[in-house]
Design a protein around this ligand. Structure first.
Ligand code: ADP
Ligand code: ZN
Length: 235
């Protein structure tokens, strides 16, 4: 018997490069869940040169956070569209600070979201490992795909063909913010907010699933499956 028969939202908390995106790809493929990556949405706006895109391009390149209002409007619109589909949801990259966590909390208290259970998944990994990973990361140029690969020799995530996406056959690229200077800024911003974010959810007595994110993605996924089975959750 499941302890939570309601729809589930998994808030993924982890530094840049901790594997939240790859983990989401796994859950989509294996469980059919939905993912909202606020980073992917932001990059789509930039690529489509929308009004929002023009406004946030520079922020993304600097590694700082986009304003809470812009992000929250995107999330709210997406969640309202998704909620009736009844699928479990992965929030990848949101909330990223206390203000966003509080805004999400208020939204989930609204009538339309009455049937939601929230869980937090924490990705634990050192900065040294993620810096290495991000320096070798490749992503699909197609903004409707944005699949993630690694250029590291021997990595299981290398594309089958050099610089070509296995999924949509478009070209791969290095993300504009995956340079050492911006990576360090993104890590700094992440560490500024991590404790208050986790504290918020601990005080709300939300279940926090901790994963060793230094492991290969398949192991991380197995640990997650074990954790949700132990908690009596259905996938
Ligand atoms: P990473 O976690 O690897 O740094 P993301 O793809 O999650 O990358 O985010 C890339 C950028 O998009 C962030 O550096 C930030 O500028 C912006 N962004 C994404 N999500 C948020 C958010 N919840 N709040 C503010 N800015 C965000
Ligand atoms: Zn692709």
């Amino acid at each position: 018997m499941s302890i939570c028969a309601k729809s589930k939202i998994f808030v993924l908390v982890g530094s840049p490069g901790s594997g939240k995106g790859s983990f989401s790809e796994f859950c989509i493929k294996n469980f059919g869940w939905s993912q909202l990556s606020t980073g992917n949405l932001c990059r789509k706006h930039v690529s489509n040169n929308t009004e929002i895109g023009k406004h946030i391009d520079f922020v993304l390149k600097s590694g700082k956070l986009v304003s809470d209002n812009i992000i929250f409007d995107m999330v709210r619109e997406w969640l309202i569209e998704q909620i009736n589909l009844g699928k479990s949801i992965l929030l990848d990259g949101f909330p990223r600070n206390l203000v966003q966590a509080e805004a999400l909390n208020s939204l989930l208290n609204e009538e339309a979201f009455r049937n939601i259970c929230l869980f937090v998944v924490k990705f634990v990994v050192s900065d040294d490992i993620v810096i290495d990973r991000l320096c070798g990361r490749l992503v699909c140029k197609n903004k409707n795909c944005q699949a993630i690969y690694s250029s590291a020799k021997g990595s299981l995530s290398r594309p089958k063909n050099d610089m070509i996406c296995d999924k949509c056959l478009k070209e791969l690229e290095v993300r504009a913010d995956d340079n050492i200077e911006t990576i360090k800024e993104r890590l700094k911003v992440y560490h500024e907010h991590e404790a208050s974010l986790l504290d918020f959810y601990t005080k709300k007595e939300k279940n926090i699933i901790e994963l060793d994110a230094s492991m290969p993605i398949k192991n991380i996924f197995c640990s997650f499956e074990e954790a949700i089975n132990l908690m009596g959750l259905d996938s």
